[in-house]
Design a protein around this ligand. Sequence first.
Ligand SMILES: Cc1cc2nc3c(=O)[nH]c(=O)nc-3n(C[C@H](O)[C@H](O)[C@H](O)COP(=O)(O)OP(=O)(O)OC[C@H]3O[C@@H](n4cnc5c(N)ncnc54)[C@H](O)[C@@H]3O)c2cc1C
Length: 376
Amino acid sequence: MANSWRRERWDSLRLLTPNWQSRLPGVRYEGADPDGYMTMGEVTELIERFAKVSRAPVRTGVNVTSVSRADGGYLVATSDGEIAGRTVVIASGACNRPSVPALSAGVPASVARLTPFDYRDPGQLPDGGVLVVGGSATGVQLAAEIRRSGRPVTLSVGEHVRLPRVYRGRDVLWWMDASGVWDQRYDEVDDLTRARRLPSPQLVGTLERSTLDLNTLAALGVELVGRLAAIRDARALFSGGLRNVFSLADLKMNRLLDTFDEWALTSGRDAEFDAPERFAPTVPPDSARLQVDLRSGEIRAVVWATGFRPDYGWLDVPVVDDKGHLRHDGGVVDSPGLYALGLPVLRRRKSTFIHGIEDDAREVIGHLAGYLATPE
Ligand SMILES: Cc1cc2nc3c(=O)[nH]c(=O)nc-3n(C[C@H](O)[C@H](O)[C@H](O)COP(=O)(O)OP(=O)(O)OC[C@H]3O[C@@H](n4cnc5c(N)ncnc54)[C@H](O)[C@@H]3O)c2cc1C
């Protein structure tokens, strides 16, 4: 139970969603710090508590080895026997494997390579420089932690989502919730494919509720470079145009803050909050390096913070597209009786977050119940 939170996360990780938001049906945070961020131990405890409250017949330590069509339903083969049923809900998660680009093959063997699943703390890295590839939640958090351990860090940043931790005195995720951004439905989103691929926001959950954006990292001494475009003859080649990448992220952040301000005004709640503010633009380095020689000894380790992907290796039903994603419409998978939950923007923008499951599950299970009510 809570396998991913127990085994696939680094030691210092805290949720980036505030405690009050870590709610599951019948279970909510009841501690003294609703605005804090849970440690992995606390998340595990929350999920264990939910398992008790829900009284679902949970079978732990059981691996599903295949799901296939059989007799008008599905046959689920597990490490502990078979289960047959008319319906199956795939809730195996969106982040089962680190997503590492094929160009990683060009990193010379003398350089250590880690994914966020391998990484626990900076102590396991060799001394010397570290290249962190990816500037979203995982990348910025690991870059900051590794830099604070005294190692020189180079962070390769592509398209990213910049957010302040606190806006007008409230957690930025409070604003997402209150203003309805997080409830925006999948059938109202302009470009759903894009929304489903959006990188995680640059956020960290710390006791100080501090912002962790690229300006913060640069101030810590992290060197910012562009997107890793290729590795040729052991040379990491980075895209130029960081200034544009940064302005785009700043622009999108400001648009989102405009949405919050507008909501505060139209909902008549504006006076409850501090005055609207805008944050300093992200400062590009004077001249960002376009390449680094990975054989020179400068970089001793590469950390691939390039995202995560689901793993459907066990799914023997032809519903996975050539990019490895399930074909589904709001969790109703392209095979009668098969459903999914917990995937990006499944039904709402909040679908992959802990607090996002409840609304999605209600609708998806409603559909499932209707399906079961029809004669076979
Ligand atoms: C680094 C990181 C940080 C995150 N931080 C936050 C955060 O701060 N706040 C937040 O709300 N969300 C956060 N998330 C998103 C988080 O993953 C989801 O909120 C939540 O874990 C999704 O729950 P889930 O049950 O859908 O998927 P998961 O938590 O991934 O659980 C899926 C489970 O299915 C199991 N499984 C997969 N395949 C099989 C199989 N074949 N047989 C048996 N079991 C299988 C897995 O082992 C796992 O236990 C984070 C994700 C990552 C990767």
